[in-house]
Design a protein around this ligand. Structure first.
Ligand SMILES: Cc1ncc(COP(=O)(O)O)c(C=O)c1O
Length: 450
């Protein structure tokens, strides 16, 4: 490994990075001409329509030639309005045609603003006491100081812990390592029902909202909530006047085989935070989508939404998002995600699960993951000091596949996982290539560990 760059701060200090030169479809090429499969759709779960789709930069270029930036306190822009209308027409359940959209920049902005909206909703209704946001352990909702606190990734929280607001975290919905050590057949979804206990302990009069990802991404190496989970959550939120925010930053726009992840549980949230797939990474843009009922108290009080960033509703990014959504629709990529996702999972089960270190393979649509264990029967994790998932990432990288290593499935520290989320355009042949590389890489890792 060479020395890190003298001026640019990267994620790791212990190495320098290969420089990326160009991208196309599911492939990335570095300046040495080496080709990699983008097995994670960026870092991570971003690239939906594939790399190098010319229509997207062309749409952004056309918009930039008209204007890119303007005083947003004084004007609106048409493409922002068009994108908002389009998203509302795609919205899940009772939100469809009955919601409004706030466009901002990053996934963290979206979850932060979703939580702001929840608090402001109660304040505008004169319910001043409701401010607590209940979240889950091993969840990730973003990376500013507030949201890192609401998130449940222990390693990313640790040094900032004293700066967080005190907010309750319930255990994750994670069947492979059920936090209640129960079996799915008899658990009656205790992981969902515990929300009610927590609301009662905190006092429903204090609780503004509950936030969750439909499929936990980076924090649990892809863990879809069990069937029925969000139905129970919705019911509890309704009974205790708690807003239900779904974090669709990773899952929105087809990633798990439906436009929205939450559709697969058949319930409608009050507020959705979304990002990543909406622009497929071509440009930063995120959105908060909320039912009209949630915006109404602000409108009634003529009270502006108390959030906002300088680059919100950026016209060039909105034009990029419109072009991405066109491509997604014209190429039926949502349906493709479901079909290719089923194939990916089947191949992973066939070729990866037989490895002695692969304890679990899981996923929905083209969001999949697997867990690496020291003992398959007891599910004993590897010693975190071995950095097993990181080592697998390095081996797969050398073999031309980008994977995303995750840790902490057991207790926030131990528990090695690998996340996969290739672009939705991936073919069966490319999935075969991906899984074959993983198969060989896991074999190499196992030989090292032995
Ligand atoms: C579920 C989820 N929510 C929020 C975020 C934050 O998004 P961003 O990194 O764009 O701020 C992420 C990022 O990975 C995420 O996975």
């Amino acid at each position: 490994m060479t020395e890190p760059h003298a001026y640019a701060v990267h994620r790791s200090w212990d190495r320098d990075y290969h420089i990326i030169e160009r991208t196309e479809g599911v492939y990335l090429y570095d300046t040495a001409g080496k080709r990699y499969i983008d097995g994670t759709g960026g870092s991570s779960v971003v690239v939906s329509i594939g790399h190098g789709v010319k229509e997207v930069p062309a749409a952004m270029h056309r918009q930039a030639e008209e204007f890119s930036f303007y005083p947003a306190h004084a004007f609106s822009n048409q493409v922002f309005r068009d994108l908002s209308e389009r998203i509302v027409k795609m919205a899940p359940g009772t939100m469809r045609g009955n919601a409004k959209v706030w466009i901002t920049c990053t996934g963290t902005d979206a979850t932060d603003d979703a939580i702001r909206l929840a608090r402001q909703y109660w304040v505008e209704k004169d319910v001043m006491s409701k401010y607590v946001v209940i979240t889950r352990w091993q969840a990730f909702h973003g990376n500013n100081i507030a949201i890192a606190g609401y998130s449940g990734i222990t390693g990313r929280r640790s040094i900032f812990q004293p700066m967080f607001v005190d907010s309750p975290h319930i255990p994750p919905a994670f069947c492979y390592r059920c936090p209640f050590e129960m079996e799915r057949a008899t658990c009656r979804l205790k992981c969902a029902r515990v929300l009610e206990t927590t609301i009662r302990q905190v006092g429903a009069e204090n609780v503004a909202a509950f936030i969750a990802e439909p499929v936990v991404g980076a924090a649990l190496g892809v863990a879809p909530a069990p069937d029925g989970y969000f139905e129970v959550i919705r019911d509890i939120c309704d009974r205790y006047d708690v807003l239900f925010i779904i974090d669709e930053v990773m899952t929105g726009f087809g990633r798990i085989g439906t436009t929205w992840g939450i559709e697969q549980w058949g319930v409608t949230p009050d507020i959705i935070a979304t990002a990543k797939g909406i622009t497929s990474g071509y440009t930063p843009l995120s959105a908060v989508l909320a039912h009209n009922d949630i915006w109404q108290p602000l409108i009634d009080n003529n009270s502006p939404f108390k959030a906002g960033h300088t680059l919100n509703a950026n016209a060039v990014s909105c034009a990029g998002a419109m072009a991405v959504l066109d491509y997604l629709e014209e190429n039926d990529l949502v349906e493709r995600s479901a079909a290719m996702g089923a194939y990916l999972l089947e191949q992973m089960r066939a070729k990866l699960l037989p490895h002695p270190t692969v304890g679990d393979v899981r996923g929905r649509g083209l969001m999949a993951g697997f867990e690496l264990v020291a003992d398959k029967v007891t599910k004993e994790p590897f010693d975190p000091a071995l950095h097993v998932s990181k080592r697998l990432e390095d081996i797969a990288f050398e073999r031309g596949l980008i994977t995303y290593p995750c840790t902490g499935s057991v207790d926030g520290y131990a528990g090695d996982m690998t996340l996969l989320a290739p672009p939705l355009i991936i073919t069966c042949e490319q999935i075969d290539e991906m899984v074959d590389i993983l198969d060989a890489s896991i074999g190499e890792l196992e030989a090292q560990l032995a």
